[in-house]
Design a protein around this ligand. Structure first.
Ligand code: 9MR
Length: 304
């Protein structure tokens, strides 16, 4: 199957940085953009049933001007969620969730390649993550969410996205089993998003097999938030290992026909990593001055 893009996330505050925008807009580097925050619930429906779309419009406009595809991220997530405290009965929360999905997806109908309908719904051991959606609606919430998204934009491919489902393991198996069950019920799931927040020297050797296992369900695979972080300072050995690691990720995607594209997350200068994992970062093929690192040639070599 054809590969559709190598892409990047971005966020509105970064768009004032001209040097960065030039790189982001270079379609020889990036064929796709993911808004890192501006399509999330807190950005689009900060107050119940009041929708704001200016930030996402700015990113969509940039991508469309450049001729880049857009992944919509994300509709139903436990985080950045103003209604996370709950207090709703089942029917009320279903209608809040359906209304959110319908309004946001309808707004950008025809302009979004993929939607991450669900994000991060599993614990590491493969059990359901506690969230207002699971705790109130139970195991029915994924099917309801996918059906609402399909109805709002039949042309967008619909994804379930998570981290630590890169290689095999309990969480990957939970993803496999849920998607299998949803498909058997006729729920419109088109793809599994593998975030791929990886660590230098610790990239799972089972990635390719795991993605092939997902693909055997009849869905696409997208690598959605790729970064391979290391402990600062980034030394020559780390950079060389990182190049090998990136090559392995790109090769695994090439070798799995239904792996349709790779997106990386924000560049180091704007990365979320040092805030969450102090002392770590340097996760991308460009350094903070946007100079290519050894990983860049390794990825290019694997993809061509
Ligand atoms: O990149 C996003 C960062 O700017 C936000 O502060 C953070 C807050 O939750 O979310 C980041 O993106 C996350 C993504 O939406 C889902 N996967 C994990 C990413 C890193 O936390």
């Amino acid at each position: 199957m054809e590969k559709l893009y190598f892409g990047s996330a971005t966020d509105n505050p970064e768009l004032t940085d001209a040097q960065y925008c030039t790189l982001l807009s270079n379609t020889k580097e990036f064929g796709q953009i993911t808004p890192g925050n501006s399509m999330k619930w807190d950005a689009t429906e900060g107050t119940r049933n009041t929708f704001t779309f200016a930030k996402d419009e700015a990113i969509l406009a940039l991508a469309e001007r450049n001729g880049q595809k857009v992944r919509g991220h994300t509709l139903v997530w436990h985080s950045q969620l103003p209604i996370s405290n709950g207090g709703f009965d089942n029917a009320t929360l279903i209608s809040i969730m359906e209304n959110h999905i319908t309004e946001v997806v309808k707004k950008w109908k025809g302009r979004i390649l993929h939607w991450d309908v669900l994000n991060e719904i599993f614990n590491e051991d493969g059990t359901w993550r506690s969230s207002v959606f699971y705790n109130t609606i139970g195991e029915a919430f994924p099917g309801i969410a996918f059906r609402a998204a399909r109805a709002a934009d039949p042309s967008a491919k619909l994804y379930i996205n998570d981290y630590n489902i890169d290689g095999t393991g309990a969480k990957s198996t939970a993803m496999y089993n849920l998607v299998k069950k949803l498909l058997a019920e006729g729920v419109p799931v088109d793809g599994i998003g593998v975030q791929a927040h990886l660590i230098v020297g610790n990239v799972p050797s089972t990635m390719q097999n795991n993605w092939a296992r997902f693909a055997s369900l009849g869905v696409d695979i997208a690598i959605t938030e790729l970064g391979i972080r290391m402990t600062f300072p980034a030394d020559a050995a780390g950079l060389s290992q990182q190049a090998d690691d990136y090559k392995n990720v790109a090769t695994a995607c090439i070798n799995v026909p239904r792996c349709i594209g790779i997106s990386r997350f924000h560049p180091y200068k704007y990365s979320w990593i040092p805030a969450i994992f102090p002392g770590q970062g340097a996760a991308l093929p460009w350094d903070e001055d946007m100079v290519v690192k050894p990983a860049y040639a390794a990825i290019a070599g694997a993809l061509t």
